[in-house]
Design a protein around this ligand. Structure first.
Ligand SMILES: [Zn+2]
Length: 329
């Protein structure tokens, strides 16, 4: 089956010392301590150890052939978003990351599809970089579930959504800067509790802020099966019913109206949950997404869907057809 993995991350092998260049912050650096491995360093702190498949397209292509993945959608690692940098510095980092991906999608057009990163702390610059990226052959953009703790429903982002519609850019919304993470550092809770909540925060904000009403042509995919949004949708609907004075102040419609209006990836780690989200939003809105090459992702991308008790037709939709419609390819 033709398979597109819509959720994978990539990073350039070498990153300039932006901390030194800009004179502030703790921008990620890579320390290549042994052959084929590097530490992502945030100042003196070790953020994560990564391997060659994180930066080397040739190594990724070998993995893809082993895993029966025909194409990968590639985008940066969220810690690189740098939304807290000064706007012009954020733009410079975005451009650097996008130029790296642009070269890879140009060199291997039948293997990789690019999503850009843009400096969301300054919407005008974000739109400018999105326009440049789309000219370079990107199919869309990946953004965080919030921007410096500002929700995606904030009117300052309307110009961004407008540009995404105009450019027919697919948007992947990825959890990051998890709310309250400073209080839940133990047990990896920001990843296990915070990430699903962040995605629900992003979806609820966009629904209740009327973003899908104002920009009906937006093609948005939410990572990790939509996080905790779909599993708690009836609670969210109930809140809309019982406290419209709190919930329905910017958009009058039932949140369930938006089921089937956006995409999610398939990374839910459980066949029953996969069936549940199919029942809620339709298989044509669920796309193979693995979070490759990270350990909390799917170890062999595509396994959950391939081994699920689903018809071959449904599997093909999730493994490839849904992504083609999201990406307009
Ligand atoms: Zn991811």
């Amino acid at each position: 089956m033709f398979t597109i993995d819509t959720h994978t991350h990539i990073i350039p092998k070498h990153i300039p010392d932006f901390t030194k260049k800009f004179g502030y912050g703790q921008f990620i650096q890579l320390h290549h301590h042994v052959e084929g491995k590097a530490w992502m360093m945030q100042g003196e702190k070790k953020f994560r150890e990564i391997e060659e498949n994180c930066w080397n397209p040739e190594v990724r292509i070998k993995d893809m052939s082993k895993h029966q993945i025909d194409m990968q959608v590639i985008c940066t690692i969220p810690v690189m978003f740098s939304y807290d940098a000064k706007p012009k510095d954020g733009l410079e980092i975005s451009q650097f990351l996008n130029d790296d991906i642009a070269q890879i999608i140009k060199q291997y057009p039948d293997k990789f599809i690019g999503l850009a990163t843009v400096p969301m702390q300054d919407v005008a610059l974000a739109v400018q970089e999105l326009e440049r990226s789309m000219k370079l052959g990107f199919r869309g953009v990946q953004i965080g579930s919030n921007v410096n703790n500002i929700n995606l429903s904030d009117p300052q982002f309307f110009k961004f959504w407008e540009a995404c519609e105009k450019l027919n850019a697919s948007v992947l919304i990825h959890p990051w800067q998890m709310m309250g993470q400073e209080h839940i550092t133990k047990y990896w809770l920001p990843w296990l509790v915070g990430m699903p909540a962040e995605i629900s925060r992003a979806i609820c904000s966009m629904i209740f802020g009327g973003v899908f009403e104002k920009f009906p042509k937006l093609k948005v995919c939410f990572a990790h099966g939509g996080g905790s949004f779909l599993p708690t949708i009836s609670r969210i609907e109930h809140g809309w019913e019982c406290r419209p004075d709190l919930v329905a102040i910017d958009n009058e419609f039932n949140p369930k109206k938006y089921l089937g209006k956006f995409w999610v990836d398939s990374h839910v780690c459980d066949h029953k949950m996969l069936q549940y989200i199919i029942d809620l939003i339709g298989a044509d809105k669920i796309m193979q997404g693995s979070d490759y090459p990270f350990p909390l992702g799917e170890a062999v991308p595509g396994t959950l869907v391939r081994e699920a008790p689903l018809s071959n037709d449904t599997k093909q939709v999730i493994l490839g057809t849904a992504a083609k419609s999201w990406l307009s390819i």
